[in-house]
Design a protein around this ligand. Structure first.
Ligand code: AMO
Length: 403
């Protein structure tokens, strides 16, 4: 007997040849067929107790459409795992593994769910420029580009444009697009090219309206992804949590008390976020939660963040975290031109370089707010992946530009 497992996007099926009954030429072809070759098989399907999925195929005709080279640089069906670098170096083979493909089905289901949730709420999908004259998220992570005889930068986020479109009267917008950050550090939660899911809402009554949209959209999207994945038999469906709303809102001050540094007004690092996540898991038993009211001192570079009128030491900024990982950040924006210009100056930025953005605030700009959510981080948290690189087909980091 000779066996082969034939795999396509829907799963794999056993092909069985019995010596004596099968054509000897077919037997010979089968016997030296390299693993992972592309074949076309025609034959009879029979029930079989022994075979995977309870079916086996007895072939009458086998055509080798594309022969794989030997040896494979990366095993596809091997039980022993390769290290991540080897996997990413041979990503096309790696992506053939059903468990790896499952992550991308999750990713696609989330993107479809997000789009549906936004559109249902009257958000308009937008696409903003990725080649910019100015960054919005701090100079340290800007990628410079030669732009004819000038210097341009890759967009770190669509921040300025989504706000400008509120000035254009669009009221509710969202964008799902690449964002680029020259992250110098080599961590398991940073990459240089990620997918940012941004939303902006005009005429907001307060920050709760922004958070309310975000938590409802995330909960609805995860629920729709769960049913889409379950229908495909994707095992990740079971790892998607039911989300009870409203999510807990943990004041930044409380988080700092938990961390044993009350009133320090220092930004939260990866270790801090992990510690907060552990405490939330133990006491509140929820995967998702907000950390709210970031101090102005922490957001001093975030010139577009609105300070609280009653307490200017605090902003209306928040993070959405999942199990100790920051997934999104957002808040209310400064829509008053004089204060926005002052914020730019105190962030050490030249308002003259932001004239296109600032113009949007000169001819009528409603109060607004929104958020940016890292799609890769969300997939990482939901699929329980150790490294964010596993959430991207062909990840980019400081060292990796290929494949
Ligand atoms: P922020 O800089 O916090 O906010 O980014 C928003 C979200 O994007 C994700 N993210 C990243 N994911 C992977 N690799 C990276 N290098 C990386 N950097 C950021 C995170 C983060 O929460 N303009 C604001 C958003 C807003 O206020 O609307 C912004 O960009 O999940």
């Amino acid at each position: 007997m000779a066996f082969a497992l034939v795999r396509d996007g829907s799963g794999s099926t056993q092909v069985t040849l019995k010596k004596g009954t099968a054509d000897p030429a077919l037997f010979a072809l089968f016997a030296d067929l390299p693993r992972e070759s592309v074949v076309e098989v025609e034959g009879t399907v029979r029930r079989s107790e022994r075979a995977n999925r309870g079916l086996e195929l007895t072939p009458m005709r086998v055509e080798v459409v594309s022969r794989a080279e030997v040896p494979l640089p990366l095993g596809v069906v091997d039980k022993v795992g390769a290290d991540l670098d080897t996997r990413l170096n041979h990503r096309v083979l790696d992506l053939r593994k059903p468990a790896v493909r499952a992550v991308f089905e999750l990713r696609a289901a989330l993107l479809t769910g997000f789009r549906t949730a936004f559109v249902r709420r009257g958000f308009l999908e937008i696409e903003t420029p990725k080649l910019l004259r100015q960054g919005a998220e701090g100079g340290a992570t800007l990628f410079g580009v030669d732009y004819f005889d000038r210097r341009a930068f890759l967009a770190q986020s669509p921040q300025l444009y989504k706000q400008m479109l509120i000035g254009a009267g669009f009221e509710r917008v969202f964008e799902i697009a690449p964002a680029f950050r020259a992250e110098p550090s080599d961590t398991v939660r940073h990459i240089t090219e990620f997918t940012s899911l941004d939303a902006e809402i005009g005429y907001v009554d307060g920050v709760e309206e922004v958070r309310g949209h975000l938590e409802a959209i995330v909960a609805e999207t995860i629920a729709s992804a769960r049913s889409a994945l379950a229908a495909r038999g994707n095992p990740l469906a079971a790892s998607l949590p039911e989300i009870a709303l409203p999510l807990p809102r943990i004041p930044f001050r409380t988080a700092e008390e938990w961390l044993g540094r009350p009133g320090a007004e220092r930004d939260l690092g990866a270790e801090d976020e992990r510690a907060i996540g552990e405490r939330v898991a133990k006491e509140l038993r929820t995967p998702f939660y907000f950390v709210v009211d970031f101090p102005s001192a922490v957001k001093s570079q975030t010139f577009y963040a609105r300070r609280q009128d009653a307490d200017p030491r605090s902003t209306w900024y928040f993070d959405l975290d999942c199990r100790g990982l920051e997934i999104a950040s957002g808040g209310l924006r400064e829509h008053r031109l004089d204060r926005l210009t002052a914020n730019l100056a105190s962030a050490g930025l030249d308002p003259a370089k932001f004239d296109g953005y600032l113009e949007a605030f000169r001819f009528g700009m409603p109060p607004h707010g929104g958020w940016g959510l890292g799609v890769d981080r969300l997939v990482q948290a939901l699929a329980g992946l150790a490294n964010i690189r596993e959430t991207r087909l062909f990840p980019r980091d400081r060292y990796r530009l290929d494949p």
